[in-house]
Design a protein around this ligand. Structure first.
Ligand code: GLA
Length: 386
């Protein structure tokens, strides 16, 4: 991102220089999908691209929102900041964060804001969590919020759940807030116990491939999957022993699944329970420098998301299948919520060009869609830059 050009855009728009610059990354999840809202394990990392935010306080009792990515500009007086804007406007993400800070007693003052992101929107790389966290860090810094990053992570999830109305888990906000350069983050989502694990990928690259099939989280089947998991838990939890599906080990599941009323519930629960084990195995494989094993677990994760959880679809499946064919690919799977969006692959550095040259046309031939590829570097979480 050319931040000098961005500063110029700010000045052109507001006729004054910005006073501070903040940044928050996007994220990619390496393994552990649809486990976060089931209290399970996830293993994401923060990317080196994300959302930049320039600000200047204005003493005018109005907040002006603009973005280089969106046409919509919004200007609201301070007393109107709690009002949801129509038509799923992008400003609802920052407004949700402002609303949550207000509930904790931190009120913003008048300011002019310019957002600018280089995360493809709606691609499942957490552009929304990135907007939330960059806004959180700004408010905390300029208006004396005094919150620790983990509190801002939770606050941003609350903003998305309560204000925007998307019932997401905590993985995205966590990865975007707590990201660490060249590390993946192992998080247990019920206790929020976590550790940063060095990503030893010498000679390999993380390649993100975008199906360019857009997916809307809110109107997708995301909430349906959540309630299927809740139902599966309730039906197996007749003795009240479990808080979440992730409290059920695979052995216990073998004894319990006969209680489930529908085969589809068995498959949903089986995905969550086996995926948790795959995350633990993948972390161990990484620690032992066994990338081949790590890749096999990624592949198995995709198969489980395809067959048991049914959140892939023809585009994600085609992109992953074409990646699996390429020599030098250790593993490839869908990442994020699914139903479109991106895949993540670990590819030998020397094979990356061939990967792009061969997977691209093969995918296009099968789906009629042009994919995009990003070579991801793993960066730090949300922060003030200047
Ligand atoms: C989306 C949600 C996350 C998580 C993933 C699936 O990215 O925002 O909370 O549930 O889907 O793993």
């Amino acid at each position: 991102m050319n931040t000098e050009a961005l500063k110029k855009s700010f000045k052109d728009l507001y006729q004054k220089e910005a006073e501070a610059l903040f940044f928050s990354p996007g994220r990619v999840n390496l393994i552990g999908e649809h486990t976060d809202y089931n209290g399970g394990y996830v293993f994401p990392c923060a990317l080196n691209f994300g959302t930049y935010l320039l600000v200047r306080r204005n003493n005018e009792k109005v907040v002006r929102f603009a973005s280089t990515n969106m046409d919509l500009k919004v200007e609201l007086t301070l007393d109107k900041l709690g009002e949801l804007q129509p038509d799923g406007a992008w400003v609802n993400y920052p407004l949700g964060v402002i609303d949550q800070f207000a509930k904790k007693g931190t009120k913003v003052e008048g300011m002019d804001l310019l957002y600018s992101g280089n995360i493809p929107n709606g691609a499942g790389l957490s552009s929304s969590a990135s907007i939330e966290l960059v806004t959180s860090v700004l408010i905390n810094d300029l208006f004396g919020g005094k919150l620790a990053m983990m509190d801002m992570v939770k606050l941003s999830q609350d903003a998305e759940n309560q204000f925007v109305g998307v019932n997401c888990g905590i993985m995205d906000q966590f990865a975007v807030g707590m990201g660490k350069e060249n590390h993946a983050l192992a998080l247990k989502c019920d206790t929020l116990k976590w550790e940063a694990v060095p990503l030893k990928l010498d000679g390999y690259k993380i390649v993100i491939s975008n199906t360019n099939k857009r997916r809307g989280l809110a109107d997708s089947k995301y909430n349906e999957r959540r309630s299927e998991c809740e139902q599966a838990l309730a039906e197996m939890n007749t003795e009240g022993k479990f808080e979440t599906l992730s409290d059920i080990s695979f052995d216990m599941f073998n004894d319990l699944h006969s209680k489930l009323s529908k085969e589809v519930l068995l498959r949903r629960a089986r995905h969550v329970i086996t995926e948790n084990q795959r995350v633990l195995d993948a972390m161990k494989a990484l620690e032992q420098n066994n990338l081949a094993e790590f890749g096999q677990l990624m592949n198995a994760s995709h198969v489980s998301l395809r067959d048991d959880y049914e959140v892939t679809g023809i585009e994600l499946d085609a992109l992953v299948e074409e990646a699996w064919r390429i020599e030098g690919v250790v593993g490839s799977r869908m990442t994020g919520a699914g139903f479109g969006g991106c895949t993540v692959s670990i590819v030998k550095e020397a094979a990356v060009d061939r990967f792009i040259a061969e997977v691209g046309p093969a995918y296009e031939k099968r789906t009629g869609l042009k994919p995009e590829f990003y070579i991801a570097d793993v960066g730090d979480g949300a922060r003030r830059l200047e």
